[in-house]
Design a protein around this ligand. Structure first.
Ligand code: ZN
Length: 301
């Protein structure tokens, strides 16, 4: 049994997991305006772990790994640059160790944790070679070749979102221009819809998603989506040419418009004949584990 912790931009989840199945879990929103947010997160994690252990009548000695899925960059047991929580540096391993005295703590970026979960237990579970893209606020990703996650020594790598797909394109927070995520994250799509439909500043994500679904037959929306898919295809074709995956998994909030996305995307990639190795079909799958993917992936680190 392992423990998987999902540290989200606005919530925290802790689950006891065995072979990809959640045995029990606790979840709660994080109050972002707390004075010491790191202390609050550590306290919540410890409280949930102790609740879960006593519910199942086990101890930390029964736990193989304690994995943490987090936004930002994970390195040497610390997490850096968690933008949504306003945290620059979080020595989470050291702080947890002091409280619970448990040594086998592992941390990985949330997009990679979701990818690991989907690869092992979700939409890519029957394949050996796959790439996974999280289309959300940004674009995160991971690649698996012969059942192994590609990772280099110094940095996690596979930052698909910052692959340049447009020379002198839109400015990205990474300092470069024309990055994939500036065109193909769900945030980019939603902003485009918001602008073209002149929506109110406080429109919710759900309202935009509903508008996309309800208005897809309208020429204006159809053009927005076609344009979005054109860029998405460029990025995915680059990745397919590099990794030659058997399957491409797509997660993040893009799952809410899967009916609109997948058929058009396949058509764009296949019929425009833009792949290096030509084929009649391409296997694109939508993530199946939903919000549990982070915890499940973290527990299998
Ligand atoms: Zn970038």
């Amino acid at each position: 049994m392992n423990i998987g912790i999902d540290l989200g931009g606005s919530h925290i989840g802790v689950a006891l997991i065995e072979n990809g199945k959640i045995l029990t879990k606790r979840e709660e929103d994080i109050e972002k305006n707390t004075k010491d947010i790191k202390k609050l997160i550590i306290e919540k994690i410890c409280k949930y772990i102790s609740q879960i252990l006593s519910e199942k009548e086990i101890t930390l000695e029964d736990i193989g790994t304690l994995g943490i899925s987090s936004p930002g960059v994970a390195k040497d047991g610390n997490i850096y640059n968690i933008v949504n929580l306003g945290i620059d540096e979080f020595k989470i391993t050291e702080m947890l160790n002091k409280k619970i005295n448990y040594k086998n703590i592992k941390i990985m970026n949330d997009a990679k944790c979701a990818a690991i979960a989907e690869f092992n237990y979700g939409c890519m579970k029957n394949f050996e070679d796959g790439i996974f893209l999280t289309l959300g606020t940004g674009i995160g990703g991971a690649a698996f070749i012969k059942n192994t996650l590609i990772q280099s020594k110094n940095y996690p790598g596979t930052e698909f979102g910052h692959m340049v797909i447009c020379k002198n394109g839109k400015e990205c927070k990474c300092g470069n221009r024309g990055c994939f995520e500036k065109y193909c994250s769900m945030k980019a799509l939603k902003e485009e819809v918001k602008e073209q439909y002149k929506l109110k500043e406080d429109v919710t994500s759900k309202e935009i998603i509903d508008l996309i679904k309800n208005d897809i037959k309208n020429e204006k929306m159809s053009k927005i989506i076609d344009n979005y898919i054109e860029y998405l295809a460029i990025g995915i074709v680059n990745l397919v040419n590099i990794f030659e995956p058997e399957v491409i998994g797509i997660g993040g909030s893009a799952v809410y418009i899967k009916e609109i996305l997948i058929k058009r995307l396949k058509r764009e990639i296949i019929t425009n004949n833009i792949l290096f190795n030509k084929r009649d079909d391409i296997n694109i799958q939508i993530a199946t584990l939903g919000n549990d993917a982070g915890m499940i992936g973290a527990a299998s680190l």
